[in-house]
Design a protein around this ligand. Structure first.
Ligand SMILES: NC(=O)C1=CN([C@@H]2O[C@H](COP(=O)(O)OP(=O)(O)OC[C@H]3O[C@@H](n4cnc5c(N)ncnc54)[C@H](O)[C@@H]3O)[C@@H](O)[C@H]2O)[C@H](O)CC1
Ligand SMILES: [K+]
Length: 500
């Protein structure tokens, strides 16, 4: 009952804020990721209702609780930087010492006079050590509270050398040296075994290579109100159920409403289109066609549920009910040139993959709905990554007008309007030939069932990962992955139900 009332109040508050700003487009605020700059805005807004000193106390308390929960008392060195990250560190030092742990502090820089961090430093009455090199080596645990959201440039070599000597590191907010927005390493960053951050995670917590430095990542509530998010133009989300909603089967459904997926079937490499079709069928598409560019026998013998087109593409595209097309898996560049422009000119929603990335002709992709390159393909078409991969994918989305799914261990789903979902729901089980073709079939099915482009791609990437997790076999092939898609789809709904 209380939960229902709480949800009602939360929805009402959300609605009030949406009316005013319409800034948070996706309703699940739990999945929002804040850049360090946005976090500063949140901090400032939060400080109007709760003093920063109190937020810092809450942050230090949260870190201390996580340490007490996971470790037995041991010698701890807390490295405190000059800013508020250091301030959190001083609070941890005080609270851990109060709990009876042998603690000392190593001050790296001095907090500004009159700052909240200086206040926290003054509350620390224990040992502050000078010979940091020796202490870092001796300490059983090193708490890295040097830099957090405020890191502006590469870590100084002395600080990097110091952190290199630490045996076991616990990071406050984020390991020093990781860029909170891009996940890139500025000079050096330690590998923490535990990272405790506050309110909402940052993109850099999930983007590689940063993600590998987090160890166990815990995000703690420090009493910042959720509604502070509504004043910010959110651009990053973690890709989990709740960010999107999969259409449910309705009593009045018919096959075209459930979704019709059409796939161009290559004349030589026929496995790719068949895998896409297999994924689409297992994902619940209402109708799956393959249009073969060569001998259609292999496609006709593939599955009783599959329809193989006998007519040429120019005729088939006249069928207005067949809106969603997959073009690229198993196609030569010649086959792509023969089919992709026809589909685009006919106004079809095209998911372009594999074969379409064989040239650097970006123009060819304009008018597609979703493109799904892995990093090698992305670079072939769009060139080397100059800044970071999120910026590069955003530029590619603007240039093509398509949603870009940049596939990898931290797959990005980037919309032309700048929205970015970061997927961490994946494992090495997806790294198998044909896995990409499977993903294409999943995206096509969701798009054909009426989901918008970005949401279809996000949901498909998550379900692809889920199918991998569901495999009993630790080295599944793409067909085994596709066999788990029905269950993956069900799981997405169950998890969403619990979240909301
Ligand atoms: N809502 C929250 O999440 C809260 C977070 N808290 C903690 O505050 C920090 C962010 O604090 P801020 O003072 O803005 O930044 P830092 O402490 O990370 O560092 C700023 C400090 O460091 C100097 N600096 C930056 N880069 C370098 C560098 N490469 N070399 C040398 N010096 C550098 C800069 O000039 C400043 O002096 C956040 O991470 C949380 O841990 C709050 O406690 C409460 C709410
Ligand atoms: K830190």
């Amino acid at each position: 009952m209380c939960r229902v009332l709480f949800l009602f109040l939360q929805c009402s508050i959300n609605f009030m804020f949406y009316k005013g700003h319409n800034i948070v487009k996706n309703q699940n605020t739990d999945l929002v990721l804040l850049t360090p700059l946005q976090m500063q805005i949140v901090d400032k807004a939060a400080a109007k209702t709760i003093p920063v000193k109190q937020l810092m106390e809450n942050a230090g308390w949260a870190v201390t609780q996580e340490i007490l929960k996971r470790y037995k008392p041991c010698s701890v060195l807390i490295l405190c930087g000059p800013g508020n990250n250091g301030g959190d560190g001083y609070v941890v030092a005080r609270l851990l010492a109060k709990a009876g742990w042998p603690v000392c502090v190593g001050a790296i820089g001095k907090p500004k006079a009159g700052s909240d961090a200086e206040y926290a430093a003054r509350q620390w009455c224990g040992k502050t050590v000078e010979n940091l090199e020796a202490y870092v080596e001796k300490a059983s645990l090193v708490v890295d509270a040097i830099f957090g959201a405020g890191l502006t440039s590469n870590l100084d070599c002395r600080i990097a050398d110091l952190l290199r000597k630490a045996k076991r590191v616990i990071a406050v907010d984020i390991p020093s040296g990781i860029d909170g927005e891009t996940g890139q390493i500025k000079g050096y960053a330690p590998y923490a075994e535990l990272t405790v951050s506050f309110f909402r995670a940052k993109p850099g917590h999930y983007l590689l290579p940063g993600r590998e430095h987090m160890g166990v990542l815990v995000i703690k509530d420090i009493s910042i109100l959720t509604n502070t998010i509504f004043t910010i133009d959110i651009k990053y989300w973690l890709n989990e159920p709740g960010l999107w909603e999969i259409p449910r089967a309705e009593i009045e459904d018919y096959k075209y409403r459930r979704g019709a997926v059409s796939i161009i079937g290559g004349s030589q490499m026929t496995g790719a289109a068949r895998l896409s079709a297999h994924a689409a069928l297992n994902m619940g598409a209402g109708l799956v066609h393959i249009l073969p560019l060569g001998n259609n026998e292999i496609y006709s013998n593939f599955s009783a549920c599959l329809i193989v087109d006998n007519d040429p593409l120019e005729d088939v595209i006249q069928d207005k009910r067949r809106k969603v097309w997959v073009c690229g898996p198993g196609l030569s560049i010649k086959e792509v040139r023969r089919t992709l422009p026809i589909l685009i000119a006919a106004g079809k929603k095209v998911i372009a993959d594999a074969g379409v990335f064989q040239t650097d002709q970006i123009d060819m992709l304009k008018g597609t709905s979703i493109i799904t390159p892995h990093m090698g393909e992305f670079k072939r078409v769009f060139g080397e990554i100059i800044e970071d991969k999120v910026s590069a994918a955003r530029q590619a989305a603007v240039k093509t007008g398509a949603v870009v799914v940049l596939k990898g261990a931290d797959t990005l789903i980037v919309a032309p309007d700048g929205r970015v979902a970061i997927n961490q729901h994946a494992s090495a089980r997806l790294a198998t030939a044909g896995s990409g073709d499977t993903l294409t079939g999943i995206i096509a099915t969701l798009l054909a069932s009426g989901m918008p482009e970005w949401e279809s791609a996000c949901a498909a990437v998550w379900m692809h990962g889920e199918a991998g997790y569901l495999c009993d076999h630790s080295w599944p092939n793409a067909e085994m992955l596709a066999n788990n898609l029905g269950k993956a789809r069900d799981n997405a709904k169950i998890i969403k139900k619990i979240d909301n």
